[in-house]
Design a binder for this molecule. Structure first.
Ligand SMILES: [Zn+2]
Ligand SMILES: [Zn+2]
Length: 292
């Protein structure tokens, strides 16, 4: 089956992007649609959620679908201020491409009042997205495959922002998570209401916006090491978390930069840390006076 091959690709790509094991199944449907469901592994059966993507001739729809006994999950869902930056980032990206619908307990989400996203005993969460693509042809699904993957992944990221998460510990743990997104363990959601660390989502949003090239020296792991280095980069907080005080919203685009391991080590070599501009300046002077 051709679609099965697509499904395998979609599953592989979205699992890798999120560092999660995800089960992907194709739904039995009419001929003229391609419909598949993504569900993270390890969540208690019937008490979790899945994401359904349906591609018609000229329209794609993506939906969040809580399962029959997902009451506890819904109650613990929401978006504390620490994850809000990433949530707003993914929301905006989707909104620029299509229509996104966010309803919490039957009230439409007002992005001017993100406090309504505070975890607060949600009983009903409806989130969906639709986008038209006039030139899409189901016969040539491969041509739109990347687009389908991109949107489904953005949507999935948005949902991850709303899932229960660990409270962050300190700046170190925040920045150590350089190996892409990982950290889902089977049963975690049920036991500790913890699925995802906020830092991973901020990191994902930062890289999605700025890429994986070092913003200080221009180093690119993929260019240098080839396939094994592809997509590797570290993420640095421009303002140390300790300086930011209690509750704050990290703006993943303004407050974080992708940075290579060397620059990252050096930027932290002084307390307080060097600013990116300072380190760039140092590099520029060095290059100017050296043999380079
Ligand atoms: Zn660098
Ligand atoms: Zn750092």
């Amino acid at each position: 089956m051709k679609n099965r091959e697509f499904l395998r690709l979609i599953c592989k790509e979205i699992s890798a992007r999120n560092g999660l094991q995800i089960a992907c199944t194709e739904e039995e449907e009419r001929e003229s649609t391609f419909t598949f469901r993504l569900r993270p592994h390890g969540i208690e059966s019937n008490a979790g959620f899945s994401i359904l993507t349906r591609v018609f001739w000229h329209i794609m729809e993506i939906r969040f679908e809580p399962e029959n006994y997902a009451g506890n999950l819904l109650k613990s869902m929401g978006c504390k201020v620490e994850k809000l930056g990433a949530f707003l980032y993914f929301e905006e990206k989707l909104r620029k491409k299509g229509n996104i619908y966010l309803f919490f307990n039957d009230k439409e989400m007002d992005l001017g009042k993100p406090e309504m996203l505070e975890p607060d005993n949600f009983q009903k969460i409806r989130i969906s997205y639709s986008e038209t693509f006039p030139n899409h042809n189901l016969e040539k699904l491969n041509e739109s495959l990347q687009l389908i993957i991109d949107r489904t992944d953005l949507f999935f990221s948005l949902i991850l922002c709303l899932l229960p998460h660990q409270d962050f510990n300190d700046e170190e743990s925040e920045e150590v998570s350089t190996q892409g997104l990982q950290g889902f363990e089977g049963g975690m959601l049920r036991k500790e209401c913890t699925l995802y660390e906020r830092s991973r989502l901020n990191r994902k949003a930062c890289i999605s916006a700025k890429g994986t090239r070092c913003e200080i020296c221009g180093f690119d792991f993929g260019e240098f090491y080839g396939e094994v280095g592809k997509d590797y980069i570290e993420v640095h907080h421009i303002i140390p978390l300790s300086k930011m005080g209690g509750a704050f919203i990290i703006d993943p685009v303004k407050d974080l930069i992708p940075i290579c391991s060397n620059c990252h080590a050096i930027i932290h070599r002084r307390t307080p840390t060097f600013s990116p501009e300072e380190l760039k300046e140092i590099l520029k002077e060095k290059k100017g006076t050296s043999f380079l």
